[in-house]
Design a binder for this molecule. Sequence first.
Ligand code: MBD
Ligand code: FE
Length: 288
Amino acid sequence: MTTIETHTDTALPSPTAAGSGSAATDKFKNERATADTSPERLAAIAKDALSALHNVILEHGVTYPEYRVFKQWLIDVGEGGEWPLFLDVFIEHAVEEVLARSRKGTKGSIEGPYYVANAPILPSVSTLPMRAEDREITPLVFAGQVTDLDGNGLAGASLELWHADNDGYYSHFAPHLPDWNLRGTIITDEDGRYEITTIQPAPYQIPTDGPTGQFIEAQNGHPWRPAHLHLIVSAPGKESVTTQLYFAGGEWLDSDVASATKPELILDPTTGDDGKNHVTYNFVLDPA
Ligand code: MBD
Ligand code: FE
């Protein structure tokens, strides 16, 4: 633990805006999270969480200098606005695993820190908002159908889709990008179908210059997530699914720093005569 020291690593390029973390913290704070946990359940969870940490300290014989470095690191995570980043990369996947126990439809995955609600509503066949620069990247045409567990198409279902641009930036978390760049809420047609054109996303690097980056380095880990699309698929009377889709053969697929890939969530697009990548993926929603 003594190897965790405060430092700034300028040697490693980070494609993520320095302000992404604090922007994610501000967005999260505005929502003011609540849960209907009973006092008894909360007490039991708090007690076990502490005791798990005590066990780690005792097993490893953690020293006072190490304890103080840990305290400083926790302070740095908060002051750097990196709690949404750190928690969603290292903790959220376990919570998603709990949710997945009760679901039968399309596999879910973590939401991550960069979802923004109320993205522009788009028709069933549409292109995500993007800049001229984004149009240089290989287009991805992503088509399919939203159904219930019995395979009935769900008209008027919504697919909220968001992803990073080719440099790893998410709109709303990088000041140089127009709001809603590469974000949209697509509404399915009368058969539950959609055809969305966007661009092929690139792998995503977690910022390496802050306390989350230090933590990754201390574990001898790498800071990469495989290229991914984020989605929340919803329909009236159905349980929404928050998920991500990945790309066959993509780098970091087997070592996602956020432990959020699943074999059922891997797309394998084919390049058409039009030079665009085409893929079909259907979503199955559980009843609410
Ligand atoms: C991301 O783009 C992401 O999806 C997660 C889970 C964490 C950090 C950045
Ligand atoms: Fe992401």
